[in-house]
Design a protein around this ligand. Sequence first.
Ligand code: 659
Ligand code: MG
Length: 214
Amino acid sequence: TGSSQPQRMLKAVQKNATKGDPQSVISAIDHYCRNKEWAMNVGDDKGLILDSVLTEVNPSAALELGTYCGYSTVRIARLLSPGSKLITVEFNPAFAAVARQIIAYAGLQDKVTLVEGPSGDLIPKLRERFGVKSFDFVFLDHWKDRYLLDTKLLEDCGLLQKGTVLLADNVICPGTPEYLKYVRSSPRYESRYYKSNLEYTKLEDGLEKSVFLG
Ligand SMILES: CNc1ncnc2c1ncn2[C@@H]1O[C@H](/C=C/CNC(=O)c2cc(-c3ccc(F)cc3)cc(O)c2O)[C@H](F)[C@H]1O
Ligand SMILES: [Mg+2]
């Protein structure tokens, strides 16, 4: 049996990036996915929007749903202030194993806690397990039909506070219609669409930034 695509992505990082240099890890993945094998990383176009929203929020407690290979995990963790933490949730053990190695290669393992398991089970346990009071920033990039359910779960678990920023990937492609309808119509959110491209393509996609108003 040959290697998997995530394993080939990891090889590209080990071959082309510099250990401990997050930007070189990001560039190695983007180069590989643009020129060799497309993969569902948030990518460089939407990544610049992620970077700017993250820098603006400067979260001390961030959550990512859907680690995949850790590309956006590295993008987020590299911009965190000292002492700030990112918890990332992934239920596919093979993806989690690759992500751990990519996060470590970037030298960001001390800022990131990768939790293996389904978001629906883990979200209610984050407080007791990791002492999280609430999150300042949440990046949603897992199954698109689970964004809304998990957002409501975060609300119900009291893990969102006034000002928490939710940033959702793929609100156009593949699309998250229910989630968009909710955050755009709910009086509890102030929502804004950032138009961009689907990673490594010319197709439209975008990120939705929704501020929880409490
Ligand atoms: C449901 N709870 C979960 N808990 C923990 N980990 C989870 C959970 N659910 C999924 N995961 C984990 O999160 C990841 C899932 C990412 C899904 N992403 C996409 O499908 C996705 C798709 C496209 C895309 C666009 C156009 C096209 F032609 C083909 C594809 C683009 C994108 O940027 C995407 O993010 C991972 F794989 C899964 O194990
Ligand atoms: Mg995505």
